[in-house]
Design a protein around this ligand. Structure first.
Ligand SMILES: Cc1cc2nc3c(=O)[nH]c(=O)nc-3n(C[C@H](O)[C@H](O)[C@H](O)COP(=O)(O)O)c2cc1C
Length: 386
């Protein structure tokens, strides 16, 4: 099974990830990963740090001549702000100058519980790792999975469908046309009318020192039926996808297909009836299940939606209590994102890609891409003529 671990503090020298058991023969370049890293850094409503950082992936192992080797892939993303932080964040004794010690926990962050749990008197030891900066490493890792899936003809795309109170319409378009529409949008949205209202909402939040969350959708096209399994709880695909998406900082809800909406409708308006034709095999005319039934893909596109809470660091102060003095204070900042739903959507695509790639490798195994491709094609043929 493919595995990964990420390491790195937000103001440390770099973020690092090590990926194990990625098959050999996958075409993969640093430029490919950089493109996804760049997407994560964009979006209307981002803060000052995005202007400092321009993320670039550097392979340290596992890739040679533009192809994966089958050995562990180590990737490094330098933190460009490191030069200004080495005195504070360095690993040697005495590096801590005390000037940037944090004793004021911010509501909505890992600060307070993290300090209590790990016995840190300096909250910096918590926030440096809990920060969403870590998602850069997950995007790098997810890009490797995405590249593998592309080789199998699987397409992953994300769309922002809500910012604060504004929701957008999802046009009924084929994936390529939808992707084009989203690429043209400065907010990763597929509804130009709603996009303007979303931007106005973000501007309003910024002016009033507030922040906004929203909803994004991740769609995965081109999957055969039978990825994941009904046989055991931990093999059910929607559980794995939901867990992965919920692990993204600030994500507070995940839906598959109709999601919560299904609870308000009668069964006749929820389930997707089954049809058959010689050319297509079994198929559906609707996709309310979001492409997953019984813990497995059913051959329709997988559709996930995630709810992101508003950014917790606000210009408008929030009440908190100092860890040392126990005195109340009001937490505020000079530099933070106002809204990062579009960036979170890119992270959502990456973590979904990872889970889907994992399910593909579980089903089709293989040490090299060629092997996986031939098993994939044979299975699709069998499923179509079943
Ligand atoms: C892409 C992305 C960017 C984020 N940017 C910020 C930010 O600039 N300031 C902030 O306070 N929180 C930001 N967050 C959210 C926090 O990281 C998150 O709310 C915090 O770590 C607490 O975790 P929880 O919300 O999952 O409980 C961001 C989250 C994501 C996914």
């Amino acid at each position: 099974m493919i595995k990964f671990v990420t390491a790195g503090e937000s103001h440390g020298p770099a973020l690092t990830a090590v990926v194990e058991n990625l098959p050999s023969g996958i075409p993969l370049t640093e430029e490919y990963i950089n493109l996804q890293l760049k997407r994560r850094q964009g979006g209307y409503g981002r803060g000052g740090r995005m202007k400092i950082e321009s993320d670039r992936a550097e392979f340290l192992s596992g890739v040679r001549g533009g192809f994966t080797l089958g050995s562990p892939v180590a990737v490094r993303i330098e933190n460009r702000d490191w030069a200004n932080w080495s005195a504070v964040m360095g690993p040697g004794p005495g590096a801590h100058t005390g000037e940037r010690v944090v004793t004021r926990p911010r509501p909505g962050h890992a600060d307070l519980s993290g300090a209590i749990k790990y016995c840190h008197r300096d909250i910096r030891n918590v926030l440096e790792r809990a920060s969403a900066r870590e998602t850069a490493a997950r995007v790098a890792v997810g890009s490797m999975a995405r590249r593998l899936l592309e080789e199998l003809g699987v397409k992953i795309m994300g769309v922002v469908v809500g910012i604060g109170p504004v929701t957008s319409k999802m046009p009924d378009l084929p994936p390529e046309a939808l992707e084009e529409l989203v690429a043209r949008s400065s907010l990763g949205c597929a509804d130009p009318g709603a996009e303007e209202a979303m931007k106005a909402e973000i501007d309003r939040a910024r002016e009033s020192g507030d922040s906004l969350g929203g909803v994004f959708e991740v769609r995965i096209y081109g999957l055969p039926p039978g990825l994941g399994s009904y046989t055991s709880w931990d093999r059910k695909l929607e559980g794995r996808l939901a867990g992965a998406v919920m692990s993204i900082q600030a994500i507070k809800g995940v839906e598959v297909g109709l999601g919560f909406g299904a609870a308000r409708l009668p069964g006749s308006r929820v389930h997707d009836e089954i049809y058959h034709s010689k050319e297509r095999g079994f198929y559906r005319k609707t996709n309310r299940a979001g492409g997953i039934e019984g813990g497995m893909t059913n051959g329709e596109p997988v559709v996930l939606r995630a709810a992101m809470k508003p950014i917790p660091t606000l210009y408008k102060p929030l009440k908190s209590v100092d860890l040392v003095t126990k005195e109340p204070f009001e937490a505020s900042v000079e530099r933070s994102d106002v809204c990062a739903v579009q960036a979170a959507c890119v992270v959502g695509e990456a973590v979904a890609a990872w889970e889907i790639a994992g399910a593909c490798l579980e089903k089709f195994g293989g040490d090299c891409l060629e092997e996986i491709k031939s098993r994939w094609l044979a299975y699709i043929k069998r499923a179509r003529s079943f």
